[in-house]
Design a protein. Sequence first.
Length: 297
Amino acid sequence: MYHPRGVYPAIPTPFKRNGDLDETGLRDLVSYYGSTGVNGVLALGTIGEFAMMTDQERRTAADIVVGAANRMEVIINAGYPSTCETINMARYLKDLNVDAVIAVEPYFYHPSPEGMAGHYLAIAEEADIPVMAYNIPQFAGNSLKPEILESFSKDERIIGIKDSEGDSIKLQRFIDMAPETFSVMVGWDGLVSYGICMGASGMMVGSASVAPDICVRMYKAFIEKDIDRAFVAQRELNHYIRAMQVGTFPASVKYMLSLQGHPGGHVRKPLEDLSEEQKRQVDRHLRAAGAMKELVM
């Protein structure tokens, strides 16, 4: 059974100024990540603005990502508020031969813990594909509890969880409760070093989309047990994380990619691209990271 380990950028979805999906830009962006040494990509997550996209656009984007990924592992978000829609998307992604689907916890309504567990068990059973849970309550409005891993153990096709809640104690409980082959992936950028030190399998973070080289260097340092080198990389990454917090997420990520010469594109309304002052704030953070000389200005 597939089990992700290592560095997986959570990648944005480029949109044109008029809001259309930039298919060429997305293809080029995925191809770029294939040259960076990351293990794979996570597409159509929060940073990918999946909630702003139609069902057909999500399928089109998935087609492009898989087609451009070459030898990279591909994990794509299949999550919808309903179990039925999520299963339908997971089946579509299985036909594309993705390595796994990830599903954000059902959002807007508030299922019970039993309903949440049943949601993921149904996806694994009906779509028959490796499934990851995606815990991001600050966006979804619901939170997965570590105890859900007991239910997940009933089906080996539920292979992992991306924890983006930002609670270090809860992340540790996910790690402690996980079976040996279960992949707990750090999804909160500022907790990458902590999580991997505590036993997480790797990272699935937005900062890896703008600083993949730093994230790969950090992960390798941890694997080689060079903690000092890993923490130096985390300090470098922190400048990018601060830059990501400017403006309406994920506008700053797209701006940083454009500075690097990559097709970040625009955000979709009602989200807003960065103002000129916000761009200057991002520039200051990148200057602190020593990155400005490498950027396309």
